[in-house]
Design a protein around this ligand. Sequence first.
Ligand code: PMP
Length: 402
Amino acid sequence: LSTWSAVPAGPPDPILGITEAFKADKDSRRINLGVGAYRDEDGKPYVLNAVKKAEEKITAAKLDKEYLPITGLSGFTSNAAKLAYGADSVPRNQNAIAVTQTISGTGALRIGGTFLARHYPHSKTIYVPTPTWGNHIPLFKDSGLEVKFYRYFDKKTVGLDFEGLKEDLQNAPEGAIVLLHACAHNPTGVDPTQSQWKDISDIVAEKKLFPFFDMAYQGFASGSTDRDAFAVRYFVSQGHQIALSQSFAKNMGLYGERVGAFSLTTASEEERKRVDSQLKIIVRPMYSNPPLHGAHIANTILSDPELYQEWEGEVKGMADRIINMRERLYQLLSNDFRTPGEWSHVKSQIGMFSFTGLNKEQCKVLAEKAHIYMTMDGRISMAGLNGRNIEYFAKSVDAAVR
Ligand code: PMP
């Protein structure tokens, strides 16, 4: 008998499973709208020019391959914090932000979850929105937190259920942790307005909740890294202590390089040093220290004014292409094909994804009849659409809902 004979087969990953089905489909019209990775106008993966130039600089500098410190490349972590919190952030200028380089956003959430499970004194419960990025739930459970939910999305309006959100946060036990998508909410593409963020900040203060921001798409929502950091910076300006996960997968196109950061704002430099020491104690037995190359790329871009400017332009270019696709899809569905239903949410949603409102049956039909692959909750990656396939997509959606 094999040692592993009793190991049960787990379910396939819902998103990676879609890519498998897509790859197996040989129809020339096939479209993969499952995975959240940017594609250019030709449907191809996109390596940013700023990244290529940074790599040339790194190669020319003939750097060694020594280990990084436990919390990563210090130039990178400092620049990442500056990008998120802003140059004039108070805790930043007080040297009071504890930050560690992480294995992209997922690693940042996991280190953050573990830190909170170990050191956050008031609660072991984290509230996440319904729906949320699917990986949040197992990730926080594996970190040792209990996961509960707050209302977020209103199926009827295909928009934010702001009343439900406020009620659920108000009814959460004092001191609970609350996970907030900083911008470009995944999977819905629905974000609170700035005025709604202010109300959320008030409830978080009143109920003494602890805000943990997941910022996986800074720059990707509006095209401006400053604008997309509004919620994070506003909360800090209101005196909240926050936890923050950052990813450079999307905004620098560094998906497979795994570049991210986890940070906590603290009350003083002295406190920050104690928190830093505990972050190291979490990282060291888990993976010892983070990978080098991607951090060098991101740090080169963030610290060279010319590359930084080029990068900002490219982030805006990616965001604008997606915004154009939203406009075009809306026009096709509501004007050209007069598709039954209300489609303005396609335009008002933001970031990589659109929650189309298509149901499971319709998604199935699209996969089986039209070779169009998306998650069964009706989420599409807008980046998978381009000038060549968007009409076919809209026509297929039209056929599926009639
Ligand atoms: N948070 C959210 C909301 C995401 O959508 C993603 C990527 N799909 C991540 C975190 C983490 O991505 P990564 O680990 O690739 O940075």
